[in-house]
Design a protein around this ligand. Structure first.
Ligand code: AMP
Length: 408
C-alpha cells in the first residue's frame, strides 16, 4: 500500500517532537525551518514507517532521513543500527559530513565506506564500533563477503538516490545487501525520479510505504536561470574566460565531456585564473578528496569536472554551472545544473552550443519541457545552432543580454 502525501504540511522543527540535542544541532547548523521534503518526511519516518521521498540533491533530503535516524538510535551494539547506501563516493562523504553535523554533541559514530581507499582502514574504524554506516553498494558487499561488517543489528536502511543506484547497475548488490539485513526493519528510499524500476524495488523490499511526493520540490530548481550561448568550437575557451571575468561567480563548476578535456581546460584556465582545479574519475581518491575539500571550503573558485564525479557535488555556494561541452545525454544536463540553485539560492547555468549542436540542445529542451533562452555575449555572435525538428521554432525564443546575477 502506498499512501501519498501531497503538499507541504505546516510544521516547524519545534513541532516534530525532536530531542533537545537535535534542536541544538539544528540551531548550530543554522537550519531555521524544515525544507518541504523534511517537513513531510521526518514525521512519517519518526513513526517508524517505511517512507519513499521524491527529492533531488539540494532539497535537504539528507537531513530528512538523517534527523529521524539519529533520533531513533539506541545504545551501540556489535554492528551499526543504520545503513545508508548511496551511488558514489562523493555523495557518501557528503552524507557522512551532514550526519556528523546533525549528531553534533552526541555519542554517535558514523562511518563512510567506499571504493578507492584501502578497505583495511575502513575495517579498523568499523571494528571500533559504529552506529551509522554510509557506503556504496559495492564496498558494503565487499565487507559482507569478508565478514567485516555485522548487519544483524540493522534497524534502518536508507536507499539514497535510488534511481541513480539503479542506473549504475547496483540493483543486484542492493538486493543482496537487503537480504543480509534482519526483519523487521525500517526502509527509507529517496529518489529524484520514481521510475518503474524504483517502484519495483520499493514494492519488493518496503512494507506499507508512505510516499512523500512534493510539488514544492520544484521552486528550488526554478531558482536557476538557464541560458544557452552559441559559440564556434574554437572560441569556447575565450568565451568561458570572458564569462568568468564578467560574472565573477561565487563558485563555479565547468562541465566537460571527457577526463582529458577536463585536464586540458583546467591547465589552460590556470594561467588566467589561479585556483582553478579539476576533478574526474582518473584522479586518485586522495587527490579527489583534497580537491573536494578545497572546493567545499571555497578555496577553489572554479572546478572543472566530468559528469560522473561532478554531478554528485553538493556545495551550497555554487552560483554558476557552465556546460562547456554539451552533455552526451540530455538527462545529464538536469543533473549538472542541479549543482546550483541549492536550498532556494539562485544560480545561473550556461550551456555552450556549437553551430552543429542544435539537435542535442532541442533534446535537452524537450526533456525539461522548456525552451532555454539564448544569451548573447558581445563579440561572440555565432550562427544560431540548427536543429532539424526544432521545438524552438514553435516558440518565440527570448534573447537576454544581461542575466540578473551577472553583476554580482
Ligand atoms: P541535501 O539535499 O541533503 O544535499 O542538502 C542540501 C544542502 O542544504 C546541504 O548543504 C544542507 O546542509 C542544507 N540544508 C539541509 N536542510 C536545511 C535546512 N532545513 N535549512 C537550511 N539548510 C539546510
Amino acid at each position: 500500500m502506498i499512501r501519498r502525501i501531497e503538499g507541504e504540511p505546516a510544521t516547524g522543527f519545534q513541532d516534530m517532537g525532536l530531542s533537545k540535542a537535535m534542536l541544538g544541532a539544528l540551531a548550530a547548523a543554522r537550519y531555521v525551518k524544515p525544507s518541504p521534503i523534511q517537513a513531510a518526511f521526518i514525521p512519517e519516518a519518526l513513526e517508524g514507517r517505511d517512507v519513499i521521498g521524491q527529492a533531488k540533491t539540494g532539497t535537504g533530503k539528507t537531513a530528512a532521513f538523517g534527523i529521524p535516524i539519529i533520533e531513533m538510535l539506541e545504545e551501540r551494539g556489535r554492528g551499526p543500527q543504520a545503513i545508508i547506501l548511496a551511488p558514489t563516493r562523493e555523495l557518501t562523504q557528503q552524507i557522512v559530513v551532514e550526519i556528523k553535523k546533525l549528531a553534533v554533541g552526541r555519542d554517535v559514530v558514523v562511518c563512510g565506506t567506499f571504493g578507492g581507499e584501502p578497505i583495511e582502514r575502513q575495517i579498523r574504524v568499523i571494528q571500533r564500533g559504529v552506529d551509522i554506516i554510509v557506503g556504496t553498494p559495492g564496498r558494503v558487499l565487499d565487507h559482507i563477503q569478508r565478514r567485516t561488517l555485522f548487519l544483524g543489528d540493522i534497524v534502518h536502511v536508507v536507499l539514497d538516490e535510488a534511481d541513480r543506484m539503479l542506473d549504475i547497475g547496483f540493483r543486484p548488490d542492493i538486493e543482496r545487501i537487503l537480504r543480509h539485513t534482519p526483519q523487521p526493519r525500517q526502509t527509507l528510499l529517496l529518489s529524484a525520479t520514481i521510475s518503474a524500476d524504483v517502484r519495483k524495488l520499493a514494492q519488493r523490499y518496503m512494507y506499507q510505504a508512505v510516499e512523500v511526493n512534493l510539488s514544492q520540490d520544484e521552486p528550488l530548481v526554478s531558482t536557476i536561470q538557464q541560458f544557452y550561448v552559441s559559440v564556434p568550437h574554437d572560441r569556447k575557451i575565450e568565451l568561458l574566460q570572458h564569462l568568468l571575468k564578467r560574472d565573477r561567480p561565487r563558485q563555479c563548476i565547468v562541465f566537460t565531456r571527457t577526463k582529458r578535456g577536463a585536464d586540458r581546460l583546467a591547465e589552460r584556465l590556470q594561467r588566467a585564473f589561479p585556483g582553478v582545479s579539476t576533478i574526474h574519475g582518473d584522479l586518485s581518491q586522495s587527490v579527489r578528496d583534497r580537491v573536494m575539500k578545497g572546493f567545499r571550503e571555497g578555496r577553489i573558485p572554479v572546478l572543472v569536472a566530468t559528469d560522473v564525479v561532478g554531478r554528485g557535488i553538493d556545495v551550497e555556494n555554487i552560483s554558476h554551472v557552465i556546460n562547456y561541452d554539451i552533455p552526451d545525454d540530455a538527462e545529464n544536463y538536469v543533473h549538472r545544473i542541479g549543482r546550483t540553485g541549492r536550498m532556494g539560492k539562485d544560480g545561473i547555468a550556461y550551456l555552450f552550443v556549437g553551430p552543429d549542436q542544435g539537435e542535442p540542445l532541442t533534446a535537452i529542451e524537450n526533456l525539461i519541457n522548456k525552451v532555454i533562452p539564448a544569451h548573447e555575449v558581445e563579440g561572440f555572435s555565432a550562427p544560431r545552432p540548427r536543429s532539424p525538428q526544432s521545438a524552438r521554432e514553435l516558440f518565440n525564443t527570448a534573447v537576454t543580454r544581461s542575466p540578473s546575477l551577472a553583476s554580482r
